[in-house]
Design a protein around this ligand. Structure first.
Ligand SMILES: Cc1ncc(C[n+]2csc(CCO)c2C)c(N)n1
Length: 227
């Protein structure tokens, strides 16, 4: 079969539209809405922050896997830079952020991993082990693109409270320039890669996207349930 003629011009938008209901449930989750209205219980946020520390460690491993799966120097550099950013910057920021919330580094190190964290992170790593770089990127897409979209929506909404909101820093971090530019790079990467896939391949990838989005929803719900 000719691969060139099978290309159907897919993009990230097609993935999002394919599972629009789930995507909505993720980016409009009650955890997110209450975070914007400053009505999220602090116990929920604290539990989320602790588990997110574990999440970020596995997320760094996923970029390590992307380094390994990179077929050329361009991709290798890109994955390596993302891995470095998480290890050198994001995790440092996260530990500092947790400290402000009364969670010590010692407590983070001793933390028991929740089932939701286990399920989500190992799912992403499995996608990368079984598949190629595109499978891995699609499994990471709800994380990389969802959070940017969530923060943008919160800032655009009139019901969002910033003044005195204990979660303000979190919202502004994901709406910030560094994070938004990483999100746009990832969108461009995905659009480029998806443009050449067949319909059959798209459906395979959409199933990974669906499951990763479901696991993001469970991650929010885990936080809500902690209060
Ligand atoms: C459960 C969970 N999902 C997504 C993110 C967001 N996130 C984590 S790492 C990263 C990329 C930054 O280089 C982004 C956007 C999170 N923190 N926790």
């Amino acid at each position: 079969m000719s691969t060139a003629s099978a290309a159907t011009g897919f993009s990230f938008d097609h993935l999002r539209q394919r599972h629009a209901g789930l995507w909505q449930a993720y980016i409009e989750h009650e955890f997110v809405c209450r975070l914007g209205k400053a009505s999220l219980p602090e116990a929920s946020f604290r539990h989320y922050l602790q588990q997110d520390y574990r999440f970020l460690i596995h997320f760094a491993r996923a970029w390590g896997l992307a380094v390994y799966k990179s077929p050329d120097l361009f991709e290798l550099r890109r994955a390596f830079d993302a891995l470095k950013a998480i290890v050198d910057t994001e995790l440092e920021l996260h530990v500092g952020f947790c400290r402000q919330w009364g969670i010590s580094e010692q407590a983070l190190a001793e933390l028991e991993e929740a089932r939701e964290t286990l399920a989500y992170t190992r799912f992403v790593l499995d996608c990368g082990h079984r598949g190629d770089l595109l499978d891995l990127h699609v499994a990471l897409a709800p994380c990389l693109i969802g959070y940017g979209e969530i923060a943008n929506r919160l800032l655009a909404r009139s019901t969002t409270v910033l003044e005195g909101n204990p979660y303000r820093e979190w919202i502004e971090m994901y709406a910030g320039e560094d994070f938004q530019s990483a999100m746009h790079d990832e969108l461009a990467w995905l659009d480029r890669a998806l443009a050449g896939v067949s319909r059959e391949r798209f459906e395979q990838l959409a199933a990974l996207f669906r499951d990763a989005t479901r696991l993001e929803i469970d991650f929010w719900q885990m936080g809500l349930n902690a209060a």
